[in-house]
Ligand binder design. Structure first.
Ligand code: SF4
Ligand code: SF4
Length: 104
């Protein structure tokens, strides 16, 4: 990865620039220890909005969801530099990008 790309990645802030829409990928992909939820297992709190709308789940404990859930913002959701396209949304692409924010 070039220095320019490194710089661009460092400019991505931990703030939402899009909305999740029908995506609920992180509620399956991520491990959430306080919920005893292993990675790759659909969260038991995830309810399906519609039987024929795969991936359009909603959190049944949204107002009381734990901090790791409330604080998680994937790279697609916070992409403020045009790194990823609309088609790269995790539920559409099958790829979930995460990054930690480092303050220098
Ligand atoms: S994976 Fe990203 S876009 Fe999808 S629900 Fe989670 S935070 Fe939102
Ligand atoms: S508690 Fe809610 S937000 Fe957290 S993983 Fe489960 S369904 Fe998703």
């Amino acid at each position: 990865m070039s220095n320019r790309s490194d710089y661009q990645l460092n400019t991505i802030k931990n703030e939402k620039t899009r909305s999740c829409g029908n995506c609920d990928a992180c509620c399956t992909v991520l491990s959430i220890s306080c919920l005893d939820k292993p990675a790759g297992v659909r969260c038991s709190h995830l309810i399906q909005n519609s039987e024929d709308q795969a991936g359009a789940g909603a959190c049944s404990i949204y107002d009381d969801r734990p901090e790791p859930c409330a604080g998680f913002v994937c790279v697609w959701l916070r992409d403020n530099i045009g790194l990823l396209s609309e088609e790269d949304r995790p539920d559409l692409s099958g790829i979930l990008f995460t990054a930690s924010v480092t303050n220098f």
